[in-house]
Design a protein. Structure first.
Length: 389
């Protein structure tokens, strides 16, 4: 998709030329899974798949939106005078939620808009389409309305849409990756302090392949909340003797020496994942800084093993993709990415092996699971931005 195709789709819907076109990416997380609510580090990147928005400002206070991905929902309208949550808003709740959360901070806009949305992120795949659309709104507020607010504050507003406006228990990684991404770079983010550093990802003939289970992540919300509660309970038990704020304050040795305090097999496993995954994420950042893709790959594999055995969030579909990927030539590493149970995995694959890789993993997956997987190459891309004509 490009400016011209978006403009013509907009014209079919709204009978006029759009004034501007914006793009907001999806994200993958290279490593650092389920560390975000444990005061640990995450290491995500924005990708070249995402959500486009063709936009024109209106003269009144009306907002009208249409999504090419959800055409049955039709054109949805609301007024800037009432930004409260309303069932009828359907998917536009993410946009309205941004306007609502920012209005609460005194950042209002005076004129409405028409917006035509078209995304190419696979549906329900855990590549964070919700953060993508939230931050599409944020970019429009910066560029088309000139709102005076920092990018990081917009990231926080995006998280508030999910936590406050929609009542979902999610961390800040997704919005951060989507809005702060840079081409060919990943972001090491300390979720405790929001300090972040970019790491160049020099792939030297390798690419990141996204492998989609095409399995909806039905269980994700309840299991996610359960894992959160388990980590919190483990932390509480450690805190009876240790002066720590989060699991991310411990290294692996400190954890081993004190895990007897937790005194429960399951809770020890959950907490161990959070602690060691955080350490692995820091080592993965160092490996990339040193251009050591091979070590990076091993850490990626170890992350999956830990998510399988200790955190128990993988499932047959993700395990089949990842374990089959490990057996293929030219693969440096593979793991699930995102919340797990379904959604996507990633593999670091030698470019010349990609076709054979997709065929081999695809055939095994189809045979074992009974429906085909999908594969995409992930180019690490810039965060949300305006498209030039
Ligand atoms: P994820 O963020 O993992 O992709 P979510 O369930 O959090 O999954 O968010 C998906 C929701 O975001 C969709 O159900 C829809 O409401 C909204 N959404 C994402 N992309 C689009 C789009 N292109 N057009 C309309 N709505 C979208
Ligand atoms: Mg989401």
């Amino acid at each position: 998709m490009d400016y011209a195709s978006l403009a013509s789709e907009y014209k079919e819907t709204f009978n006029a030329e759009p004034q501007r076109v914006f793009f907001s990416p999806g994200r993958i997380n290279l490593i650092g899974e389920y560390t975000d609510f444990n005061g640990g580090h995450v290491f995500p990147a924005a990708i070249s798949l995402g959500t486009y928005g063709a936009f024109s400002k209106r003269d009144d206070r009306k907002v009208r939106m249409f999504s090419a991905n959800l055409p049955k929902a039709g054109t949805i309208e609301f007024s800037l005078d009432d930004l409260s949550y309303n069932e009828a808003d359907n998917w536009t709740k993410y946009f309205k939620g941004m306007l609502f959360e920012l209005a609460k901070q005194g950042k209002t806009i005076d004129k409405g808009f028409d917006l035509y949305v078209h995304g190419n992120l696979p549906d329900g795949s855990g590549l964070s389409s919700s953060a993508s659309v939230e931050m599409l709104m944020a970019q429009i507020l910066l560029d088309a309305y000139g709102q005076d607010i920092s990018r990081v504050d917009l990231v926080k507003a995006g998280q508030l849409v999910e936590n406050d406006y929609l009542g979902l228990n999610t961390g800040i990684m997704d919005q951060f990756a989507v809005f702060m991404g840079k081409q060919d770079q990943a972001i090491l983010l300390d979720t405790n302090t929001l300090k972040y550093q970019y790491a160049p990802v020099k792939m030297d003939g390798y690419v990141v392949v996204i492998m989609n289970t095409k399995k909806r992540r039905e269980l994700t919300d309840s299991k996610y909340n359960e894992r959160r509660a388990q980590c919190e309970e483990a932390l509480r038990r450690l805190q009876t003797k240790l002066d720590i704020q989060t699991l991310g304050d411990l290294n692996g040795d400190q954890f081993d020496e004190n895990s007897y305090l937790i005194n429960d097999d399951i809770l020890i496993k959950r907490a161990r994942h959070a602690v060691v995954e955080n350490q692995r994420t820091l080592r993965a950042f160092d490996a990339l800084q040193n251009n050591d893709l091979s070590t990076f790959g091993h850490l990626v594999n170890a992350s999956h093993i830990s998510l399988h055995y200790d955190f128990a969030v993988t499932g047959t579909e993700l395990d089949t993709l990842v374990e089959t990927a490990w057996q293929q030539p030219g693969v440096l590493g593979a793991r699930m990415t995102g919340a797990g149970f379904g959604g996507c995995a990633i593999a670091i694959v030698k470019e010349s092996n990609v076709d054979a890789f997709e065929k081999a993993v695809g055939d095994t997956y189809n045979e074992k699971i009974g429906h085909p997987a999908e594969f995409y190459i992930a180019h690490l891309a810039d965060g949300s931005h305006e498209l030039t004509k």
